[in-house]
Write a protein of this length. Sequence first.
Length: 275
Amino acid sequence: MLDQAATALDNGRMTQPSRDPSSPAGRGRDHDGAVDPADVETAEALLTHGRITVEGRLVAASNATLYCSVEWEGLEGTCVYKPVAGERPLWDFPDGTLAEREVAAYAVSQAMGWRVVPPTVHRDGPYGPGMVQLWVEPDPEIDLVALSRADDPSIRRMSVFDAVVNNADRKIGHLLPPAGNGHVYGCDHGVCFSVDYKLRTVLWQWRGKPLTDEAVEALHTLKACLDTGHLGGRLAALLTAEEVDATRRRIELMLKHRIHPYPPEDWPAIPWPPL
């Protein structure tokens, strides 16, 4: 069913965005009253309960990634829907788990208080269960390559977050800076939380440097949420027990040494292609 839908999208037999959403220049769509990703409660309600309509497919994505509109009780927005049925098997991650890892990354982002990941839920959709994430429109005027290399507080937070979740695929194109507010979101967290050290990122400019006081405080907060708060149960429902324990160990190591991690010695340090 999903393959048939993808073929229909590619052949133009289903409603598609007027511009290709897979390119930064084509991702602009004006929606009056669209939900702000900073309004987490409203965004989560819209994504959880809203009616999803598939409008297009991001053809450059390695897994089935559908661009959708979503509407609920007068609220409307756009979102990315990644059905589990469209996930391609990977040699180093269990089949059918990428959507849950995306939601787990969102849970960690919220617990840290940094809003690195846009509002994300796991729900049933037009092609079965999957990840649904609020679409964040990046500012087309921002040079993402320059941003990825900058000593920017939002990018530095993202590098700490990536170390916590063991992100194996932080590319430049995964940076989403909305226009006008200086905040930077990140997307595509399906290959996170491996038990093995797989950190692969374009954000190595702080390797070996001391963590900021803000980062240390966020890690302490995160550890408390994981040990005694709601986060432990949330991650236990999305990841294996070994993966949750490995996440805890990464947090503890960062608090012990208080530095940004170094690249792994037996794993490619930068994703390819980096864009």
